[in-house]
Structure formats: C-alpha cells, structure tokens
Design a protein around this ligand. Structure first.
Ligand code: FES
Ligand SMILES: [Fe+2]
Length: 305
C-alpha cells in the first residue's frame, strides 16, 4: 500500500487483551498483535516463516515473551526472532518474522510507518489534539468498516460543502455553504474554522471536531487495504462522570454519530476510483481546498510499504 510515513492509530487498545493474540489486517498487511510480559503491544506479520500459517491462531507463551505458532509450535519473540523450535529444542537464528514499531497511547495501538528501513519513530511524536488532553473528558467509541480507500473517508471529513445537502435532515440543516471559512494549513495538519466550532486533521490518520467546551469528537481512519477502511469514532464529553449516566450519554452520542455517518457512507463508498490519489479527473471547487491540501500532502509524502 502507498502511505505517508508517520504514526497511525490502528486499533482500539481495549480490543487487545492480555494473553490473546489478535489477527487484524492493517496498512495492507495481515498482522498479529499481542501484549508482551509488560503489557506493551508487539506487532508481527501474521505469517509463520516455517510453513506459512497465521500466527494469530496460536498462543501467547513464556509469560508473554513469545507467541507460538499453532501448527508446529515454533516460538517467536516481540522482535520477530524465532526463539524455540520444538523439533530441535533450540532457537533458529535464520527464522525471523517482519515486525512493526508499535506503541500504546490515548487508548489506541499505534504503528509507525518509517520513511525508509533505517528510520524509527519517537513515541513523543505521536500526534494528538491538545483539547482532548484535559482530564475532564471521558469517551465512548464504536468502529465501522467501509469498503473504500481511506483517503475518501478523510476527504469526506474535510468537505464542508456536503453538510447542507447530504446532511440536510441532520447536522447540515442551517449550514451556510456560501459563507467564507478560514483554512489554517501546514505540512501535517489542517484546521477549518466554521461559524460554530472547528475541525482539524493531523497526519497520518486522526481527525477532531470541536463542537462545544464539553463535547468533542474524534475519528481515526485506519487503512486496512486499498479498498477498506476501519474508522474508530469517539465522542468525548464532560457533562457527567456518573458511571450509569456516562454510559447512557455515550450510547446516545454514538447513536447520533451513526446516523450522520450512515448518511456519509451512502455517498462515500460509491467513489470511483476507490483512492482519491487516482482521481485526477475531479473538478475541485473553492470549498474543496482542504481536499486539495490533503491530496498534495499525501502524494508528496507517500511511500510504498
Ligand atoms: S507453520 Fe508455524 S511452526 Fe510450522
Ligand atoms: Fe458528512
């Protein structure tokens, strides 16, 4: 897959349980995630180099240090090195599985896409939104999978001109599409200030909507492959911390977000071509400035991984 380098939020941290490998396709590759002995995520290509079955069907062993393949029990550590072959009782220095640099932060598991094989990412550079750092917020989350390239899902969230039409029965009812809105752009982020609130996108794959001082939203757009995107959608609220009320508020916010996203989905999954990077025939309008920015940054940065 062609992707801009950087940190990608790829999995909700809550989905990665201790002592249980999890197989997920992300960034164009089948991957196995598990937590090592200290709870840190380890991420390997989900393919055993012995006879090519999925490691994710195996088990975490050696107190979280290794993952054992389900077929013949070869064990691999979090660096992908084969540490035990049952037949020889030894390590196998020539057997290694490709690994990905990973981290856990802000309730997500992140993967780093390097510019080249020698580069590593610093965990301090994991992008986030200052507004969500405040302790008063708690969030509810759900995920969706759409059959379309992730560029189209991101561009949909940078496109304000569809609000009063596609969302005319919901959030777009009174939106002034002829208004002048300010875009703040740099290489890695874009911010659009609307009359009420603002939204922001940061490379590689996170988006934020500031609705009010006590209500915010964020989405991580996870590239699965060239035709599939998983979205983690979170509503952050600071109305209440009472556990039962918080749960209920979370459910209501998730339900209303789903209604809006379903309106988007009906249009977005019909894009052709699937990736906007191949959409050279499209005629962009001034409101599409965010989309033009995204395409330029994406095509300048992207590397084949
Ligand atoms: S295929 Fe994995 S140990 Fe044999
Ligand atoms: Fe929308």
């Amino acid at each position: 897959m062609k992707l801009p380098p950087g940190w990608y939020a790829v999995l909700s941290a809550a989905d990665l349980k201790p002592n249980k490998p999890l197989g997920q396709k992300r960034l164009g590759e089948d991957l196995v995630f598990w937590r090592d002995q200290s709870g840190r995520p380890a991420v390997l290509k989900d393919l055993c180099p012995h006879r090519s079955v999925k490691l994710s069907g195996g088990e975490v062993c050696q107190n979280g240090k290794h993952i054992a393949c389900p077929f013949h029990g070869f064990q691999f550590d979090s660096q992908g090195q084969c540490r035990h072959v049952p037949e020889t009782g030894k390590e196998a220095p020539n057997l290694r599985v490709k690994t990905w640099q990973s981290a856990e932060k802000y309730g997500f598991i992140w993967l780093y896409v390097p510019k080249d094989d020698n580069e590593t990412g610093s965990e301090e550079s994991i992008p986030w939104f200052n507004e969500l750092q405040e302790k008063k917020f708690c969030y509810s989350e759900f995920s969706e999978s759409w059959n379309i390239h992730y560029s189209r899902c991101i561009e949909n969230q940078l496109d304000y001109a569809h609000l009063p039409y596609l969302h005319r029965t919901s959030i777009g009812k009174n939106f002034d599409v002829q208004g002048k809105y300010e875009f703040l752009l740099d290489e890695n982020s874009i911010k659009l200030v609307l009359k009420s609130g603002y939204f922001q996108f940061k490379f590689a794959n996170i988006w934020y909507l500031d609705i009010s001082p006590t209500l915010k939203q964020m989405i991580a757009f996870v590239p699965v492959d060239d035709n599939t995107t998983v979205m983690y959608v979170r509503a952050y609220q600071a109305f209440t911390t009472l556990p039962l009320v918080e749960k209920l508020v979370g459910k209501v916010l998730a339900a209303s977000n789903r209604v809006i996203l379903n309106q988007d989905k009906a249009a977005v999954i019909t894009h052709k071509p699937s990736s906007s990077l191949l959409a050279s025939e499209e005629k962009l309008y001034p409101s599409d400035r965010g989309i033009a920015w995204f395409r330029k940054q994406f095509s300048e940065k992207a590397v084949e991984i």
